[in-house]
Design a protein around this ligand. Structure first.
Ligand SMILES: [Zn+2]
Length: 310
């Protein structure tokens, strides 16, 4: 029984996940970006409570976290969202509190491992997992093994440049995939292209744009068209670079995937002539809203369990 810890910029989700990837109990709380010690105390008390709710004893802890982490040292890196957590080691701290082995990965890698092991990516040799929500993240699993860069670094698929004249990104470039094709990018596009008297402008969200597009709203449909174009360009780049068996799509924007998929496929077909792009399956994540939590548990199995390849 693995205690799963999913650390995001705004919330921490905790769950108990069995060795088939099923969530037995879960709870969540807001993240305090500045106070690490209070955060660890909160995580420990939620782990105890979810274990007690599920009636189990925790035998290991897996953590998936936003932002750069050092998976081997078990430390947080330079996480923009969590300035007070930088350099701290939840792996050592939770191992000490619970006396079990603890493993940490970036949350995109954790979710990729979950979809590869328990989800839509089963039986896929070369898998890229992409999540499109308030940002774009992902992970790459090749032959069951998580792809790591130099010093264990996590590749940032969301910061491939799609349009050098595009909006400024926090990474230093302009026009990153994330700045154009994540939910906020879709909102920005609509706000700058909708007529001044567009009635849905006030407080519009990516989710609302998708709803309006489904109802046939012409401006929302245009925003969706641009979104699909940008999504397609980023995915086409990944296909040209990796020619994977499958790309598993996840995240809040992808809940409206049927709005985008035809156009995405058209974009890919239009520019991936020299690779067998039609063989790369675009598939939706199958673990649902708990993908990140299940991913955190999978991190433990990947590092210490039968699937030890990490
Ligand atoms: Zn960027």
């Amino acid at each position: 029984m693995i205690g799963a810890v999913d650390i995001g910029g705004t919330k921490i989700a905790i769950g108990i996940v069995d060795d088939a990837g099923k969530v037995l109990s879960r709870m969540q709380a807001p993240t305090d970006p500045n106070r690490y010690s209070a955060g660890i105390d909160l995580i420990a008390s939620m782990l105890r409570e979810t274990a007690s709710n599920a009636g189990v004893v925790i035998t290991g802890i897996g953590i998936g976290s936003t932002g750069p982490v050092d998976p081997m040292r078990g430390e947080f890196g330079d996480v923009d969202f969590l300035p007070g957590w930088r350099g701290r080691s939840p792996v050592n701290d939770l191992a000490e509190i619970f006396n079990v082995r603890v493993a940490l990965e970036n949350d995109g890698d954790a979710a990729a491992l979950a979809e590869a092991g328990w989800g839509a990516g089963r039986n896929r040799t070369r898998l890229i997992y992409i999540t499109v929500g308030t940002g774009i993240g992902g992970g790459i699993v090749l032959d069951g093994k998580l792809y790591r860069g130099v010093d264990g670094a996590h590749p940032e698929v969301g910061h491939q440049v799609i349009d050098p004249a595009g909006p400024q990104c926090t990474c230093g470039f302009r026009g990153c995939w994330e700045s154009l094709a994540a939910g906020p990018g879709m909102v920005t596009w609509l706000e700058s292209h909708a007529p001044a008297d567009y009635p849905h402008r006030q407080g519009i969200t990516a989710k609302r744009i998708c709803e309006l597009a489904q109802q046939g709203d012409a401006v929302a449909l245009q925003a969706v068209e641009h979104e699909a174009f940008y999504l397609g360009l980023g995915l086409a780049n990944l296909i040209n670079l990796f020619t994977p068996d499958a790309i598993v799509l996840s995240g809040s924007v992808m809940k409206s995937a049927p709005l985008f998929l035809n156009r995405i496929r058209e974009v890919i077909r239009g520019g991936c002539r020299f690779v067998p792009a039609e063989k790369t399956e675009l598939t939706l994540a199958s673990l649902g809203d708990n993908t990140n939590l299940i991913g955190a548990a999978r991190v433990w199995h990947y590092r210490f369990g039968d699937a030890t390849k990490g």
